[in-house]
Design a protein around this ligand. Sequence first.
Ligand SMILES: [Mn+2]
Length: 280
Amino acid sequence: MDGAVWRDEWGHRFAVIGDVGGQRDALRGELARLGADPETGDLPHDLVVIQVGDLVHRGPDSAGVIALVDRYLHTQPGQWIQLVGNHEARYLAAPSFDWPERLDDESVATLRGWWADGLLLVAADLHDIGGEDILITHAGLTEGYWRRVLGAPADVGRVAQLLNAMIGSRDELLFRPGQMLGGGRPNLAAGPLWASATTELMPGWLEAWLPFSQVHGHSSLYDWAQDRFLVDRAIAGRTRLDLAARHAVTTLDRGRIVGIDPGHGATAVASWRSWEPGLG
Ligand SMILES: [Mn+2]
């Protein structure tokens, strides 16, 4: 489906940005590539950004990333859709995992304000991109969670609505862990902030009919640093890699699952891009 950038009925184009991990300069650089003013950072008026969560930790400037996003949420509302990652959720409920870094109090207060004000979502959805519907979450929606918790709705808009309606009232269920927290066997009903792409998200959907396509961050089927797949050939054989963008696109029977976590660490990776509907 490589072609021109897709636009909605109001002429908006979209960019879905993977995990930022405290890399403010890398985020600013990608936004400038997308047409943001390199000086002021202002977004071009036709652009809507969807960021998949994990804004913070690992990199040098988590507070700067939070402040930047907070500015977009308030000065260009409707042009920035912020999803919650497990690294944000750590500050929204009793901490479920240890992490060597601690956000400053002001950043924590900002995150909690977003959650209380409905500015931090669990899911976003895009309709009819060349016939394809797409659900966007931090870690991906597992088959088990979609079936058992949500009741297996086929409509992507309904799924996003159900997930976002749980904010503030069912946080424990939204933050349901999987194998990445506490280990143990893969949980094919792991929650949308914690599902592991390799052992939970992909294996569950490989055996089922995907009701809509998905874009997620959080983890990757491919180890970009070591240049190797972390999954078996049944999944790797269905997966196309964009090494420069750090996107892994797995095509299943009725849709695809696109992983866009660039894998930033203490330093930002040199080459990565957001995922832009219509471009591939
Ligand atoms: Mn994550």
